[in-house]
Design a protein around this ligand. Structure first.
Ligand code: ADP
Ligand code: MG
Length: 231
């Protein structure tokens, strides 16, 4: 619990700081992107390799800024009743090209029957995208990613995303969700932070099981109905 409190305190402070910085950085960034594009079109020699690097790096900055803006904005959370299976299906469709590219197969282990829960659908999509992307990124040689959805108690739904990647030891697991914690050369370390925030706002929780060399299971536990004072 202390760990959780510490995490949400960090989120709060960081959120306030982020608002200012993100806004300041965004405009010059947009200008840079525009002028780089103009330049690319008017330069004679073939500098396409340089332009690719510049563009990729600018996009990386942009995605960090966007995560920050997302964190700092007091989101008007619009809860509605939606089928969690269809939210997951839409997410898997979004990522299907990326999966094929990495030789990864999604194994759906949930029924066609709708399971309606009270949630903010786009936020949950973001959660699943972050987790599925991490799973894809941790399996460079491809493999299977299993997606379970099940009702575990009358009031609770459990969504599990299970990969066959590198796994994590306990020290690494403790750091999950910390701002800027990443083990990737090109990572931002913000994906899970956003994920934890969204699940917290849904009065849910995340459990992680992992074994080094075997893989990782992320379990998202969500209440089916939000108590009115949570909303
Ligand atoms: P990023 O993906 O940019 O590194 P995230 O917040 O999404 O940032 O993840 C933080 C870190 O958590 C990752 O760099 C990785 O070390 C670890 N991680 C997340 N998901 C997994 C997973 N499925 N298997 C192994 N490690 C993971
Ligand atoms: Mg990530």
């Amino acid at each position: 619990l202390e760990e959780q409190l510490r995490k949400s305190e960090t989120l709060h402070v960081l959120g306030e700081l982020a608002a200012g910085v993100a806004h300041e950085v965004r405009n010059p960034l947009t200008a840079l992107k525009g002028f780089i594009q103009l330049l690319e079109g008017s330069v004679q020699e073939d500098f396409s390799m340089y332009f690719n690097v510049i563009t990729t790096e600018l996009e990386r900055i942009e995605s960090i800024i966007n995560e920050f803006l997302f964190l700092s904005k007091p989101q008007a959370l619009c809860f509605s009743e939606e089928d969690i299976c269809s939210i997951m299906n839409q997410t898997l469709d979004l990522l299907s090209a990326q999966a094929v590219l990495h030789n990864i197969q999604f194994i759906k282990q949930f029924s066609e029957n709708p399971i309606n829960i009270t949630c903010v659908p786009n936020q949950l999509k973001k959660v699943f995208i972050n987790m599925l992307k991490n799973a894809i990124e941790v399996m460079p040689d491809g493999g299977f990613i299993c997606i379970h959805i099940q009702r575990i108690e009358d009031e609770l739904i459990k969504v599990s995303i299970i990969d066959q990647g590198a796994g994590m030891d306990n020290d690494k697991m403790k750091k999950l969700g910390e701002p800027f914690y990443t083990t990737k050369e090109r990572g931002t370390g913000l994906g899970l932070m956003v994920t934890y925030k969204i699940i917290e706002e849904h009065s849910g929780r995340i459990e992680v099981e992992s074994e080094v060399g075997k893989g990782t299971a992320f379990h998202v536990l969500l209440p089916i109905v939000q108590k009115s004072n949570d909303i």
